[in-house]
Design a protein around this ligand. Sequence first.
Ligand SMILES: [Zn+2]
Length: 477
Amino acid sequence: MKVLLFLAALPLAAQYDVVISGGRVMDPASGLNAVRHVGIRGGKIAAVSSTPLQGKVVLKAQGRVVAPGFIDLHAHGQTNEANEYQAHDGVTTALELEVGVPHVAEYLKARSGNSILNFGATAGHGAARAMAMRDVALPQAGAGNGVETMGYVNLTRYKELKEAEEFTKLAAGLERGMREGALGVGMAHQYYPGASREEIFKVFQMAARWKMPIFAHVRSMSVDAMQEVIADAAATGASLHIVHVNSMSLAALPLVLELIDAAHKRGMDITTEAYPYTAASTLLESTMFDEGWQQRLGIGYGELQWVKTGERLTKETFEKYRKETGQVIMHFMKAEWIDRAMASPFVMVASDGMPFAPGAHPRSAGTFSRVLGYYVRERKALGLMDAIAKMTIMPARRLEAIAPAMKNKGRIQVGADADITVFDAATVKDMATFESGLKFSAGIDHVVVNGVPVVQDGATVQGARPGKAVTGNFGSR
Ligand SMILES: [Zn+2]
């Protein structure tokens, strides 16, 4: 009897669904940087303990870093083919915020219950303006993601919105997107130069009214284009996130970073991001390659690489492939510009990963490992905790005011979503290259999304689809 009473008094070792054992937890939000055991139950972090824990599944992490799962604000890869490469790069949440999607509800429905990673999108200004135009034959419903938005854009890129009725329809279309769960407005007006300064200003007024952020690919690679959106944000009070500041600033990067920092210090809600590569990528048929592109970009045919074949272009192949349409890589940035962006304390890391294609820009598969391996370990351009912050808590905080789910992401804390990435700081490395195309990164051991491993011991967990929608709260205010 006494023995039974004694046993009953013993605390039963709580059983967790998953335990990540013995790794060095690095949590930028709290500053925790120590060996801990992480217990997961019901998709949430239930324990961060200095004593070992029991779990149905145990992911070994001795000698590894246990970080919040990486949040990519700029991911055009919105399929499971693309998600698998992103997962092997430590990403747990991949969002289409730059160009956005045409129909938010359909996009969310299409991915719900069938996504490896958490997902979400803005309402695409480029598509909404096309849908607001009179006498435009709209394209057939397509993939429902950013690729489809570019379909609308390519049809109307030089067209200007004129009529008041068109602006009313534009506002109604974007507002419907906000109600359906959009994470703000995706604006990429370099791809639709028909959008006047008045139109852009009006969209900023709308976003300010809705208290929803704008994610902007600015009008051109220039300081002027940066000043347009900063002025519109200042005048309207809209929140602004400037995408890929590296490729839109080029040699003017130091000045642009100073502009953004000064605007922020004056109280503006303004943020920015960069990807760690000296080449950009886009569609060869886009306006980027309209007449005069060599002068604007400061490059020639040889700096262009055709994704389908990997070949560098000539005048002949440029003209041929531009008719064919497709992805092209542009080698035109200097290494010191990227160093500067990576070292800047307020520039987040975001991939601008392309829709899945075997030869796509390596940023689609290696962005986060490249920062941790090449920029932190090899070039010492920034510290490990700072780098982790730029890909976890900073993007989470960028969105949490309008997307409640993000309050529980980007953190290794009890109660947070169990989105966790375990990697080896000594060997983590991007393996995807411009020459050989997409490859899984090295040194990423385990990736857990909402408590479910999607990468375990470096291998894909086949069939795991724990990704959930991240939606804006406009409709539920
Ligand atoms: Zn862009």
